[in-house]
Design a protein around this ligand. Structure first.
Ligand code: FE2
Ligand code: FE2
Ligand code: FE2
Length: 164
């Protein structure tokens, strides 16, 4: 990988993180009554997304949908097979309860993402039209309808957000 390719990768990661971080900062600013600061954070967050997508385009990071599904399956699988299991062990060893919960939620949901992507790839030309719901607490992602209770974090049905 050339130096520029490495830089694009690092810059994509940084800009992507800045986007999510600024959106979280905007929510806090709203909660603290700083409306204008919240707006500034949202504006910068929007710009960081543009930077991230520009870098991703230059990295040729978006391919055909079939290739993208395959890449997504590989990424999710790495996370629940290697990355999160190790992080969960480390969190247990260090008695980091909050992180343990956060890693466990993600670990469980990435398994489901990998499955949903696999099914989508296998049936790409005959996928039935269905809604998706996402649990706002743990990210549990479900096809069809929201369950009465989230199987991962036990949140109630109202905690689910419908995805358009
Ligand atoms: Fe930026
Ligand atoms: Fe995921
Ligand atoms: Fe949940």
């Amino acid at each position: 990988m050339s130096k520029t390719e490495q830089n694009l990768l690092a810059a994509f990661a940084g800009e992507s993180q800045a986007n999510r971080k600024y959106l979280a900062f905007a929510e806090r600013a709203e909660a603290e009554g700083y409306k204008q600061v919240a707006k500034l954070f949202r504006a910068a967050a929007e710009a960081e997304t543009i930077h991230a997508l520009n870098h991703l385009r230059e990295m040729k990071g978006v391919k055909s949908t079939k290739e993208n599904l395959l890449e997504a399956i590989n990424g999710e699988s790495y996370e629940f097979q290697k990355m999160y299991p190790q992080m969960i062990e480390d969190a247990k060893a260090e008695d980091a309860k909050g992180a343990l919960r956060s890693f466990t939620f993600a670990n469980e949901v990435e398994k489901i993402h990998a499955e949903l992507y696999k099914r989508a790839l296998e049936n790409i030309d005959s996928l039935p039209e269905k809604d998706y719901y996402v649990c706002k607490i743990c990210g549990y992602t479900v096809e069809g309808d929201a369950p009465e209770e989230c199987p991962i974090c036990k949140a109630k049905k109202q905690a689910f957000k419908k995805i358009d």
